[in-house]
Design a protein around this ligand. Sequence first.
Ligand code: ACM
Length: 683
Amino acid sequence: MLRLLFLLLALPLAVFAQPTNTRSLLPVPSQVNWGKSRLYWKAPLQLRLERDDDPAVRAAAERLLANLGRQAGRPQASAKAPQLQIRYGQPGRMENFDEERYTLRVLPAGVTIDAPTSLGALRALATLQQLFTADGKDFYFPEVEIQDQPRFVWRGLLIDAARHFMPVSVIKRNLDGMAAVKLNVLHWHLADDQGFRVESKVLPKLHQVGGAKGYYTQEQVREVLAYAQARGIRVVPEFDVPGHTTAWIAAYPELASNDSTYGVATRWGVLNIAVDPTQETTYQLLDKLFGEMTTLFPDPYFHIGGDENDGRQWRRNPRIAQYMRDNGMVKRDGTVDKHALQTQFNRRMLTIVSKYQKKMVGWDEILGPGLPKDAVIQSWRGKKGLYEAAKAGHTTLLSNGYYIDLNLTAASHYAPDPLPADAPLTDEEKKRILGGEAAMWAEFADSVIVDSRIWPRAAAVAERLWSPAAVTNVDDMYRRLALVSAELETLGLQHRRAPHQLLTMMAAGQKLEPLQTLAGAIEPVKEYKRHFQGMKYTTETPLNRLVDAAPAESEAVRVFYTTLDSLLRAPRAKVTELPRTPATRRQLAYLRAQLKDWQQNDARVQPLLQLNPALREYAPLSTQLTVVSTLLLQRLEQLEKGQAASAAWLATAQQQVDAAKKPAGQAELALATKLSKDLLAQP
Ligand code: ACM
């Protein structure tokens, strides 16, 4: 085990030729010039603020110094200690997209930060935190000059607090995570079929009935807003209408589009339950609520959702269908046009939201003929919607490609660019693309494990939205993502601790490592497949099984295949024997050690899996881990010796891998699902 650990630790540096000028910084700044010397942490830096009229800057600097003190020990303060000198031109107003540009200089004599606004100073402090390094003996900052600014002004993270309620502490620690990677908008999804999560003083049944399983008091909302503001993060609330409103209708049945009564939903899926857009009472209620909520939330943007309503309840209600016909909302084929009715509804929403001096944001379904230009479009279904909206004159946000709840790889979220070089837009249209948002929907994330579903992968989106477009090296992103993951740990995020605690609970006093090894080699099934694999999930289903402790993207398997790929990329590697350089020897030794560890794990973990009824469903994945490791060990030996695999061997191996791809307990064996076809093909 120790040998394996050593190899794993040595690997990233030993194996890959990485660009090292990015060092530990994520997102990568616009310009970095590294020097040769260091500023050692002998005593806490002395904070010197040239102006102090934005309390956020002093607070952020003090948090930084406290964090570094915790990491490095807190030596005696000294009047001779180097300074951390911060200058900014004026307090920044996030809501105006004021500048976040900054210059950061580290010299052996001290640190200076210069920025046009206090927002830039906050971003500089986030960078400074990432520069803090140890060399085995001392902690230090490397000498550097950084000039930096974001590529996009809107860099968001959506947190769904409606499907599973996320207490204030969850939101706060994730705001710390956002600030660390320079995300600047929390999109707070506060209402859905399964919950209405804010106290309403004007319509109290919304939280009393809709939020019976948890809601934020207005006092708590203000606490979160202050916490976000102190980190230079805006908070945009979402109240999703006309669909996704079962919880509202449970509270106020007069909103319903039919005569049924509803309880707050406990099942998942697109329910297509919508408020009645033909009743004035619906608009009166929404006006009342939005009047209250636009006051509670000071951000100029207000999100009304608008997604996933297929209009079935409207078509099926004869009165609403007649309303559509009476108002010319009819398609060419004579059937009623739900989209026209929803557009009329959207216009009413825009009137209300505008009355309260807010800009309305909605998902791309709200786009349609007749939608006024000042509605902002957030595109989740594809880039097409993003570009159509920009061409139609709307400002836009990209979320398609950034759905981190789908358990896809960080690389898959790193690739999509809101504005690729070949975007089919004029310069004027390009300016309308404000940025994007990672989206953490919470059907399968509760307050315990949600951090592990957000981090560290959300940081890949953060880099895409902040860094220059040319920053695209995936291996280097992963190298730095691991560093960010460790940094987030120091900030109190639970993305590593919570899964570890779940596993500890499941191990119930038995040895933990074999279970960790198994959990680390599997991943939850992808996209929304978890709904369709024999287990009926509701809002009440505990998320405490092995699948919930498994990483969205297995780091162990990713490192394994990345190493194998780099080995096989050597010229003619698959035809003749592998080259024998010190580097390839090291790679081979690591690959073999890792495979043997996986191969032997089944014997170590099966007794525990059989003992615990909640773990037994994962026994097949453990067995398959041994099967696939065994065949990969054989394949490695063939490659190493330059022996051709027989057609029969390859065919059997492929069958075994296909069988090993079968999920169990809504989890899948990443070693099988990520095995590339080439590996089992004749060269
Ligand atoms: C969405 O994912 N329905 C916005």
